[in-house]
Design a protein around this ligand. Structure first.
Ligand code: 13P
Length: 258
């Protein structure tokens, strides 16, 4: 689906009270309708419904940063995929490294969450994978990614409902990124790996790079073959820089620069 590329998504993480997320949503909406590419934002749960309502009709995808693997039940503090869908959000990020490594989420758990999100009818699942710094230094990157693809992504998922975000853990929030050649070779490898793993056309899956993407490095990163977009943390909280990343990747708005 070339028309939906680039896919540039903002993971707002644990940032934003009501007034901040309303202002950010208004700023993004003011860039005008999207004429090429897919822009998405992933606010904290508390702001999900408000942002989904504010951005309704804008074409900007709104999603959650996680969901529980069960449909409902005695899981104090958790949010199910159906609850995410009920807010008007249509997407979810799963297996972010801050949950894998910070909260001990396994590939099997991410896989169960993915199934639950599919069952709840969410249109888009952003499944994150990535190696730690020690795995990178040990040259284990591809082996780690293969294991995560195998374990975290249901093989029967419709490729149009999947985005894979390659986020090296050591590049998140650090200002460091792999070289152009490293990103190119990892993404090319993932393209083949997804083709082998998925029952559907795995080669058509959108693969985002994430980790210290900013307006300044976006032209290089988004210009790499097999990089179909970016998953952006810090820079997504600045609407101007976020829009810059989107347009650097070939995305466009009806009212550029507004
Ligand atoms: P930064 O862009 O802040 O490095 O975060 C990347 C990320 O974790 C997006 O999910």
């Amino acid at each position: 689906m070339p028309g939906r590329r680039p896919l540039v998504f903002g993971n707002w993480k644990m940032n934003g009270l009501g007034q901040d997320t309303r202002a950010l949503s208004d700023r993004l909406k003011a860039f005008g309708p999207i004429t090429r590419g897919t822009l998405g934002v992933f606010p904290p749960f508390t702001q999900l419904q408000a942002v989904a309502e504010k951005l309704r009709g804008s074409g900007i995808v709104v999603g959650a940063q996680d969901c529980h693997e069960a449909a409902n039940g005695a899981y104090t503090g958790s949010v199910s995929a159906a609850m995410v869908a009920d807010t008007g959000a249509t997407a979810v990020i799963l297996g972010h490294s801050e949950r894998r490594h910070g909260l001990g989420e396994s590939d099997a758990l991410v896989n169960a969450k993915a199934k639950s999100a599919l069952d709840a009818g969410l249109a888009l699942l952003v499944i994150c994978i990535g190696e730690t710094e020690s795995e990178y230094l040990d040259k284990q990157t591809l082996a780690v990614l293969d294991r995560q693809v195998e374990g975290s992504i249901p093989a029967d998922i419709d490729p149009d409902r999947l985005v894979v975000a390659y986020e090296p853990v050591w590049a998140i929030g650090t200002g460091r990124t792999p070289s152009r050649e490293e990103i190119a070779s990892v993404h090319a490898h993932l393209r083949g790996r997804l083709a082998a793993h998925l029952k559907g056309d795995g080669r058509s899956v959108a693969i985002q790079y994430g980790g210290s993407v900013k307006g300044a490095n976006a032209p290089v990163i988004l210009g790499i073959a097999d990089v179909d977009g970016a998953l952006v943390g810090g820079a997504s909280l600045d609407p101007v820089d976020f829009a810059k990343i989107f347009t650097a990747g070939g995305g466009s708005f009806a009212a550029p620069g507004s």
